[in-house]
Structure formats: C-alpha cells, structure tokens
Design a protein. Structure first.
Length: 168
C-alpha cells in the first residue's frame, strides 16, 4: 500500500471515529431528554422516573396474566431486586398488583391496576402529541426504517459490550 493510500485510510478512520463520537453524544443527549420526559410523566402520577419506566414496561409486556419481575428487570436492564423494591412501592400506591405465579410461587407477576390504566389513558393524548412533535421529521416508512436500524445497532452494541467484557 502506498504512503498516500495509507494516509487517506488513516484520515478516513479518524473521520469515521469522529462521526461515531458525534453520534454517541447525540444518543447521550437523546437519552437525557427521554429521561427528562419520563420524569415529567412520572411527576404527573406522583412517582419517580424509574417507577414510571416499570409501569411502562409492564404495560408493554403484559398479555393478560401479569409480567414476571425478571422480564421487567431485563427490559430495563436493572437488577431484579430494584424492580422488586420499586414494585412494592407502586403496589402501596395502588398502581400495581403483585401476585405469586400459580405455577411457581417463587415468581411474582405484576400487572397494572385500573387506577394505573386510567392514569395512562388520561396521559395518552399528550404523549401522542409529544411523540408526533418529536418524530414529525420522519415519514412512516422512514420511521420504520430508522427504528429497524436502531434495533440492529442496539443488538450490535450488545454484542460489542459482551466482547469487550470478555477482553477485560
């Protein structure tokens, strides 16, 4: 490889890394904004941001028979003891049911109460308006493609994290 080619390749790698760095910071800032939005919605229910995320996870995952603690902890990438502690607080607030699984008493299944469903229904129109504002730059096909690419990126970053953890 010629010196000129090596120089171009090195500059290309540097440029690529700069783009990755800029992308990383954009994602960090997007995450901060999303967490602030979660705190806003949580405040409307007088709960914490992480508790709001637990309610959303249960809402998304529940297919009628409740959701195990470990499924929520996996979705939120937090320890199951954290979900257990926070879900007990949500249960005391009347926003969550916690029941032992009929097939395995060691497994606690969580579901939203009618009160939670009512709160989420009242917030739905405002959430849709915020979502429309945030994603108005995309057409529906573009949005689907964007989400697909983000999903692939998430998967690849998970693999990269695993590879890196094995290296250390």
């Amino acid at each position: 490889m010629s010196a000129t080619r090596k120089s171009r390749s090195r500059h290309s790698c540097i440029r690529d890394q700069e783009v990755v760095n800029r992308f990383t910071w954009e994602i960090v800032h997007i995450n901060i904004y999303l967490m602030k939005l979660c705190q806003f919605w949580a405040k409307a229910l007088n709960i914490s941001g992480p508790q709001w995320m637990i309610l959303l996870a249960i809402s998304d995952l529940d297919e009628g028979d409740g959701v195990p603690v470990n499924a929520v902890s996996k979705m939120l990438q937090v320890d199951s003891s954290f979900v257990t502690t926070q879900s007990k607080r949500l249960e005391k607030s009347g926003l969550l049911h916690r029941n032992s699984s009929p097939t395995d008493a060691r497994v606690v299944r969580m579901s939203l109460t009618d009160q939670s469903h009512d709160h989420l229904s009242r917030l739905a129109a405002r959430q849709e308006a915020i979502g429309a504002l945030a994603f108005e730059v995309f057409g529906s096909d573009e949005l689907a493609e964007f989400f697909e690419k983000l999903s692939n990126l998430k998967s690849r970053l998970g693999k990269a994290r695993l590879k890196l953890s094995l290296d250390f």
